[in-house]
Design a protein around this ligand. Sequence first.
Ligand SMILES: *Cc1c(COP(=O)(O)O)cnc(C)c1O
Ligand SMILES: [Zn+2]
Length: 415
Amino acid sequence: MMGFVKGLKCRECGKAYPKEPLHVCSFCFGPLEVDYDYDKIKKVLTRKVIESRGKTMWRYRELLPIDGEPTVGAQVGFTPLIKANNLAKVLGVEELYVKNDSVNYPTFSFKDRVVSTALTKAKEFGYKTVGCATTGNLGNAVAAQAVQAGLESYIIMPADLEQGKIIGTLIYGTNVIKIKGNYDNVNKLCSEIADKYGWAIVNVNLRPYYGEGSKTYGYEIMEQLGWKVPRHIIVPMAGGSLITKIEKSIKEFAKLGLIDTADTKLHGAQATGSSPITTAVKAETDIIKPVKPKTIAQSIAIGNPADGFYSVKTINVSGGWAEDATDDELVEGIKLLARTEGIFTETAGGVTVAVTKKLIEQGKIPRNESIVISVTGNGLKTQEAVLNKLEIPKIINPSLAEFDAIMEEKMSAVH
Ligand SMILES: *Cc1c(COP(=O)(O)O)cnc(C)c1O
Ligand SMILES: [Zn+2]
């Protein structure tokens, strides 16, 4: 297979660039985006061709920015889309689904998608060392997949991340550097590192290629719904890339004739303590005011979102809305999903569930329209969030009499 990528294109002024590790326009400083030859893709990529391929994100490979075959993360993606009838009942809606990337391979978040794309591209470019600025999940995915790819890796993170995220990076024998500061400080440092050391920092100088991997989350939702879009998708936002790439996935499928209608409203979700994007949407402005994040939802705690402006635009153009959830509300969201659908999501997923509930209550999402909740990460990585919010189990001796006593107490509590 040869590539279907024409090159890169500035999102602002439209200036074309070659397929190189570039990410900003040298004329207007706008972000660069991958530009495809859709006429050529349309000739080869049909529903039938896609359905005949392996159940991974690479079944859509003509729409991914690689020239050869995928060399990293060949098993990533095609995670379950669950019909969430129990949760639907609690929320009082008719048709609800959960797109469950908490079971993505190999590191249990949607970041496996962007990393397999970015590292395949990094190898095509000939890089030997890769890295990232991370709020947690990206570091897990880069470290794990760099091992598989035979690349050296450097993971730069804020010093105070959850234990599960830190151990889930260190275990792969990567180089971890903790920064005294928040993600926005880490990100700035990583730009300087990319320039000075010439490494492929996946979400900095490979950002145009990296972001394209997120589109597969959207492609899968549409295919799994029987080549249809849902009316609503609720998406957690950190840098704001995922929500814009889901929008792009829908537009592309419409352009290629793989779906008939593309009338999805995209709704954004943030934690109240780190909500520059939802604040802008609610204030009906596209000016993002950076904040200093203060929330337990660390994976989406970005105070100065790289794609903030574009996510506001995506939400507005689609006719969607945005809301945020407090730390208490997100913990309730985590528990609600676990106790209705048996899915243990992380803090970002708790935010998304809580925001979905709000948007339904506000009437922004009508109860009789189809809804997809984006669950993007796994709860076992953020156990601190719920550690002290759960029932404390009784401890007894291994004696039937003591067990009987518990059952008697339980029975009398019911009556
Ligand atoms: C990174 C991340 C997001 C948000 O991603 P952006 O594309 O930066 O908006 C959402 N959920 C989880 C679990 C993440 O790790
Ligand atoms: Zn430009």
